[in-house]
Design a protein around this ligand. Structure first.
Ligand code: ADP
Length: 580
């Protein structure tokens, strides 16, 4: 289907495609009317010539006036329609596209956002859509309209006088052949450019995010040098790209205009040999001033049209990524989490191999294992942040891959190392745990998580803004906010990543009380780092290289002195990191 192809090529919505077609249709009408204007002029000239040469009566002035008035009115109305259907409606299309993309992003598995960095996604939502907007409004309707109207006019001219028509029109297809021939070259230039632009913005973002580390390690110059090099590279690519595009576009424009010369030459020789009269040449000369006009605007932007396909592809990539869908209803029977032969890979990197275990409601299940063995991954999968490749994960008997992630997550509290905080007050950051929670509820949760202690020291207490991603807070403070959130939410499943670094011993004891209140009666899956937590757990699941190598109660596992857990414990007993 032609329509489908266009839609993909320019990343249009259904409505956008329809508008483009209507815009093109109005462009055809406009171009034909403008050409008809030339026709009026020609026939008037013809009349006056007759008066001069054969002494015929002058045509009446009112006929002339009516014709001109009709032309002006029609031309005004059709231009208005063309404008409305190309420029006017595009703003709706941009909005629709951004909303569709945002909706799509909302439904993509959360893990997707780890794969494509944020600079890249922002560039797609803002930059790419803007670039396409320009093409949608300035090019698409005009160019396709121009193709059609020129074809109609060409047929009419060919019927009228094929020799003159050829002399006048040959430049159009040749110019377009040249342009389309150069398309690959132009596209390649723009893909390279895009990569360089992204590299620059990545570098800037990275420098800003890591400004502390960069200063601390005295590496400013190194970073700047790298950035300058990338900017230079971007500039060079840009210049080269512009040159390539300029050459081809101007070349095409010149070729098209060579048609004027060939028309005059052909016309002159046909007049000399007596095969046409002067008026016919005059008519073709008038036509030729109009025939290229519809292409002028489109031609100036055709390079942009080719380039925009890179943007369209990036939009399509988001549209093509499978979303994590599911039922809007989640009615589990209890909240036991069951992993059944779960295998999972990030892209092609196998992480879990046929892992099976159960985390029972009302129990604390500790995931234990060396770094990189897949503990965090298990926790993420349990909340459907990623979709698994094979096996099944059930919560209360319901396969979680059948439940809408947003709905599913209402039953989860997560206290992870990388707490996400927003540039808002402490109060609002905690309130995120439960939509519409009252101030009293928020404060109670904060108190229970021992936030009072550090909030009191802030200038405006709970109303203090905490800076972007909690820049003004320490690791331990951030984690306490995260615990307060979880307490407020009071969800039946708690996923907990024990970050050894975040809490010092004193605060840990203070938070411990809040934590045990949070965990009571819930299904708790904890990524354990401390031997104390592990020993207090009801059940231990030992992971190694993505496989469950042992599971059971701590006491049961210690019975087997050859087991991995017993071995780990023996090793860790000697280590100061493990508070036993
Ligand atoms: P653990 O929590 O036991 O340290 P993880 O579950 O974090 O282990 O990681 C298991 C493996 O998966 C590691 O090899 C890690 O490099 C890889 N991994 C973790 N997260 C990602 C990700 N977002 N993309 C690709 N690989 C990842």
């Amino acid at each position: 289907m032609m329509g489908e192809k266009l839609k993909r090529k320019y990343a249009l919505t259904d409505k956008g495609l329809r508008n483009t077609k209507v815009g093109a249709a109005w462009t055809v009408v406009v171009n034909l009317i403008m050409m008809a204007g030339m026709g009026i002029l020609y026939f008037l000239m013809l009349e006056y010539m007759n008066t001069l040469t054969e002494g015929a009566a002058l045509p009446k002035t009112w006929v002339f006036l009516v014709l001109v008035a009709a032309f002006v009115i029609l031309s005004f109305i059709t231009h208005l329609q063309q404008y409305h259907n190309t420029y006017g409606l595009v703003y709706r299309e941009i909005k629709d596209t951004r909303i569709t993309l945002a909706e799509r992003l909302r439904k993509l598995p959360l893990g997707y956002f780890g794969k494509r960095d944020l600079a890249d996604l922002t560039e797609t939502l803002m930059g790419d859509v803007n670039r396409l907007e320009h093409v949608w409004s300035h090019c698409l309707g005009y160019l396709y309209g121009a193709y059609i109207s020129t074809a109609i006019i060409a047929v009419m001219l060919l019927i009228y006088d094929w020799r003159m028509a050829l002399a006048c029109l040959w430049g159009v297809p040749v110019a377009f052949l040249l342009l389309f021939g150069s398309r690959k070259l132009q596209k390649r230039a723009s893909v390279t450019l895009k990569a360089h632009v992204l590299a620059v913005s990545d570098n800037i973002q990275e420098s800003l995010e890591n400004v502390r580390e960069i200063r601390a390690t005295n590496r400013e110059q190194e970073y700047l040098d790298r950035l300058y090099k990338k900017i230079d590279r971007q500039e060079n690519t840009m210049r080269k790209g512009e040159l390539v595009i300029g050459l081809f576009v101007n070349g095409a424009s010149i070729i098209m205009r060579l048609g004027v010369a060939t028309t005059i030459l052909t016309g002159a020789s046909l007049i000399l040999s007596g095969r046409i009269d002067f008026m016919l040449l005059f008519m073709f000369l008038m036509v030729i001033t109009r025939i290229y006009a519809p292409f002028d605007q489109a031609l100036a932007l055709i390079a942009e049209m080719f380039v925009s396909q890179v943007s369209a592809n990036r939009l399509n990539e988001i549209k093509d990524t499978p979303t994590a869908e599911g039922a809007e209803e989640f009615k589990p029977d209890g909240h036991d989490i069951v992993f059944e032969n779960v295998s999972f890979a990030y892209d092609d990197h196998d992480v879990l191999r046929s892992a099976s275990f159960t985390a029972k409601e009302g129990e604390v299940t500790a995931l234990v294992g060396p770094s990189g063995s897949g503990k965090s991954t298990c926790a993420r999968l349990a909340a459907r942040l990623w979709d698994i490749q094979s096996g099944k994960i059930k919560v209360g008997g319901v396969d979680i891959s059948t439940v809408d992630p947003e709905v599913l997550l209402t039953d989860y509290s997560m206290v992870f190392q990388d707490v996400v905080l927003f540039d808002d007050t402490v109060m609002e950051n905690i309130r995120l745990g439960k939509h519409g929670a009252t101030d009293e509820e928020v404060l109670a949760a904060a108190r229970a998580a021992n936030c009072d202690e550090f909030v009191e020291r802030l200038t405006e207490g709970y109303q203090t803004p905490i800076g972007e991603n909690g820049a003004k807070l320490s690791g331990g403070e951030r984690q306490r906010i995260s615990i307060a959130r979880a307490l407020l939410k009071n969800a039946p499943i708690v996923l907990l990543d024990e970050a050894t670094a975040s809490l010092d011993v004193e605060n840990e004891t203070k938070v411990q009380g809040a934590l045990s209140r949070l965990l009571r009666g819930k299904t708790v899956l904890v990524i354990a780092h401390r031997m104390r937590t592990v020993e207090a757990a009801d059940k231990i699941v030992v992971l190694k290289d993505g496989e469950v190598v042992e599971q059971g109660s701590p006491a049961a596992l210690l019975q087997n002195p050859q087991g991995v857990f017993a071995h780990m414990r023996a090793l860790q007993s000697a280590s100061a990191d493990w508070h036993i």
